[in-house]
Design a protein around this ligand. Structure first.
Ligand SMILES: Nc1nc2c(c(=O)[nH]1)N[C@H]1C(S)=C(S)[C@@H](COP(=O)(O)OP(=O)(O)OC[C@H]3O[C@@H](n4cnc5c(N)ncnc54)[C@H](O)[C@@H]3O)O[C@H]1N2
Ligand code: MOO
Length: 409
């Protein structure tokens, strides 16, 4: 029998051991389209100036401000210029050029008279109805950025604004950090894939979908190794498949506890895994296991669905972020309890709760039943109330800390 009475590893120590040596996995170059939501691997320097020329910000007339300062002035229209073209000539005193948004300012012009402020005054003639000052509606060259400027810094998440800026800086492809490749392996003779007709004793394997979704949300690529049976051969085969697929991390689901059918740790250790830790002072998530096999990290999550999901949030996410070069910080906020809760014993507790925003701050309603098999409570929770080891019972209106799982209305 395994020894269940050994002191359990505190959550923060387990996390520190898991993250030791976890750093970005390397760089690859991808097209702008593929770069969305990736992490920029190096500083991006503008290859051009934007706008590259002084340009009109409006549709109207390019004028010399000294000619068009006052209403009533008449100007001769000597030509036209649209975006994509250059006016081949020079504006002299008393002249103007019909111009459209984005077109380069003709030589001699120093302001734009918008067409709403000009009236026709005969053939090729306009009259100023509202005077303009020098520089009006002119975008100077380099208003946005100059060639050689730092457009984006290393480590930047390539979101919509960053991609648009990189494109404008004349980059068709970008150096990005490699995505961590996360293998997911469900284990258990009782498990069948969603959509299956179940025989007595069988259940649906659900955890891979939740764990995979969280991992993907944090920039991982997922390789699903399906379901291994609770036997040595099946587990060894799956482990080899994860090694062959060059997974950076293999996440196993289930088979982590102390029963005779919980074989993940023993089979993987026999196959060469170096066990770092097993069993932590956390509820849910006690049988969490971590080890390494060559370059591959192995995170063994407990099979209870909520344990799998909470452990992925608490351990999987920081690991994936460290390997993918993404910033990660666990934000804890305070809320008042809407009802009393029990003492939580010798494990740090991550209790599923609904958090709501009130004019006086956040309120937390902790689900009364914290059984780690209840997926529906996790799915309907938007926060985890964190309770340190041996926290006594708490009353309504007592303050607790929580981690948000989704945005809170
Ligand atoms: N004598 C003891 N028994 C247990 C202990 C203990 O300390 N002493 N720890 C309990 C705790 S805490 C947890 S958590 C569970 C975790 O056990 P395992 O990781 O070995 O998980 P399994 O036994 O394989 O599965 C538990 C439960 O979850 C279901 N399951 C498993 N995988 C999936 C999946 N992919 N999708 C959906 N559901 C899954 C499985 O059928 C079981 O019902 O151990 C306690 N026992
Ligand atoms: O610690 Mo287990 O993960 O509660 O159910």
């Amino acid at each position: 029998m395994a020894d269940n009475r050994k002191p359990l590893l505190p959550v923060n120590e387990a996390l520190a051991r898991l993250l030791k040596g976890a750093s970005p996995l390397g760089v690859e170059t991808v097209s702008l389209e593929q770069a969305h939501n990736r992490i920029l691997a190096s500083e991006l320097i503008a290859k051009r100036t934007q706008p590259p020329f002084a340009a009109s910000a409006m549709d109207g007339y390019a004028v010399r401000a000294s000619d068009a300062a006052n209403a009533g002035a008449a100007l001769k229209v000597i030509g036209e210029v649209a975006a994509g073209y250059v006016f081949d000539g020079m504006i002299d005193a008393g002249e103007c050029v019909r111009i459209f948004t984005g077109a380069p300012l003709p030589e001699g012009a120093d302001a734009i008279l918008i067409q709403e402020d000009a009236e026709p005054a005969g053939e090729n003639l306009i009259k100023v109805s509202e005077g303009v000052a020098k520089g009006t509606h002119v975008r100077p060259a380099g208003l946005d950025f100059l060639e050689g400027d730092v457009l984006l810094t290393e480590g930047r998440l390539l979101d919509a604004g960053a991609l648009c800026l990189a494109a404008s800086g004349n980059y068709a492809s970008l150096p990005v950090l490699k995505k961590p490749r996360i293998g997911i392996l469900a284990t258990g003779d009782e498990l069948r894939t969603p959509g299956s007709k179940l025989e007595p004793g069988q259940i649906i394997a659900s955890n891979s979908y939740g764990v995979g979704a969280i991992a993907k949300e944090h920039g991982a690529d997922i390789v699903d190794f399906g379901i291994a049976r609770d036997d040595e051969q099946s587990l060894k085969q799956a482990l080899q498949a994860a090694i062959d697929a060059k997974c950076d991390v293999l996440i196993t689901l289930g088979g982590a506890s102390v029963g005779e059918h919980d074989l993940v740790r023993s089979v993987f250790t026999a196959a060469g895994m170096k066990l770092d830790f097993w069993k932590i002072a956390m509820r849910p998530g006690k049988p969490l296991m971590f080890g390494t096999l060559g370059n591959m990290r192995i995170l063994g999550l407990p099979g209870n669905p909520v344990s799998s999901l909470v452990c992925t949030q608490l351990f999987g996410v920081p690991l994936i972020c460290a390997l993918g070069g993404r910033s990660y910080s666990q934000i804890r906020q305070k809320a008042k309890l809407t009802a009393p809760i029990k003492a939580n014993g010798n494990r740090e507790q991550y209790a599923r709760a609904t958090i709501s925003r009130t004019p006086h701050g956040f309120e937390a309603t902790v689900f009364e039943n914290q059984d780690s098999s209840i997926i529906s409570f996790y799915a309907n929770a938007n926060g985890l109330v964190v309770r340190p080891i041996d926290t006594p019972a708490a009353n309504k209106d007592d303050e607790v800390e929580f981690i948000a799982l989704t945005s809170i209305d």
